[in-house]
Design a protein around this ligand. Structure first.
Ligand SMILES: [Fe+2]
Length: 104
């Protein structure tokens, strides 16, 4: 961020929206009425956003000629893809074992 002239501590309008959206996921997960399947479904959404965001950042860095930075972002993307696969596996297992649809 600093290398590209940005301020990593700045609360931009986009960062503010993301913080609000993240609070929604936390509210779902911490609500005592939420089932485990529903919590995992909320986490699945968060992981999908993580993957899409790192893909976009890596693409933007590559387009800007920041090859080294793009490589680091691709490393983060690989980690998020692993998180996504794990959470998706848990959701699939819960649904297939009849724990209830996370959408209900
Ligand atoms: Fe993640």
């Amino acid at each position: 961020m600093v290398k590209m002239g940005g301020d990593p501590t700045a609360m931009t309008p986009c960062a503010d929206v993301q913080a609000t959206a993240s609070m929604g996921i936390m509210q779902v997960v911490t609500d005592p009425r939420t089932t485990l399947a529903q919590s995992l479904n909320a986490m699945l959404g968060a992981e999908l956003i993580d993957v899409a965001s790192w893909e976009l950042l890596a693409s933007l860095a590559e387009d800007a000629g920041e090859t080294e930075l793009a490589g680091r972002f691709l490393g983060a993307l690989a980690q998020e893809q692993e998180h996504l696969a794990i959470v998706k596996g848990w959701v699939t297992l819960m649904v297939s074992e009849g724990a209830g649809s996370p959408a209900v």
